[in-house]
Ligand binder design. Structure first.
Ligand code: 5GP
Ligand code: ZN
Length: 143
């Protein structure tokens, strides 16, 4: 998909909006989050505009994951982090505000008062073994 005129991340890709770019590759780039949740909070995006991860073609998906993979250790080391949360808000119901795929690398520090990724979802469902079996089978059939 080509750039979307009303997308801030497409405008960063096009050089029309400034960003603290930390890496650029064929098909992906990374820059600091403008409202960081931690020192070094970095966003990694495919350069092509798509809202959802599942809409990326193979080239964009590979470029995105490769850059994410390469940057995790670099970002952690650069800010002296002890760990990181690496996550995508994939769709508005999951909290996505910018409708252009982006992975967050959020450096974490011992005793920083934050939460694990388990804190992002709502009330956990109570599922029987049978329901879990059905869900696993449905996903496996489609995978
Ligand atoms: P989302 O909730 O969509 O996963 O996160 C969007 C992220 O993009 C937020 O953390 C927000 O601070 C960041 N952001 C929004 N607009 C801009 C921008 O123009 N430049 C940069 N560098 N980050 C932005
Ligand atoms: Zn975009």
């Amino acid at each position: 998909m080509t750039a979307a005129d009303d997308c801030v991340f497409c405008r960063i890709v096009e050089g029309e909006l400034p960003a603290r770019t930390v890496a650029e590759r064929d098909g992906a780039m990374a820059f600091l989050d403008a409202n960081p949740l931690a020192r070094g909070h970095t966003l990694v995006i495919p350069t092509a505009h798509h809202q959802h991860l599942q809409e990326l073609d193979g080239h964009s998906a590979h470029a995105l994951y490769e850059l994410l993979h390469d940057l995790v250790a670099v970002v952690e080391e650069s800010v002296g982090a002890d760990a990181s949360n690496v996550a995508f808000n994939n769709g508005p119901a999951a909290g996505q505000e910018v409708p252009h795929v982006h992975g967050h690398i959020i450096p974490r520090f011992e005793d920083d008062g934050g939460n694990p990724i388990h804190a992002v979802a709502g009330t956990p469902p109570e599922l029987s073994d049978e329901e879990l079996d059905d869900i696993a089978a449905d996903i496996a059939d489609r995978a």
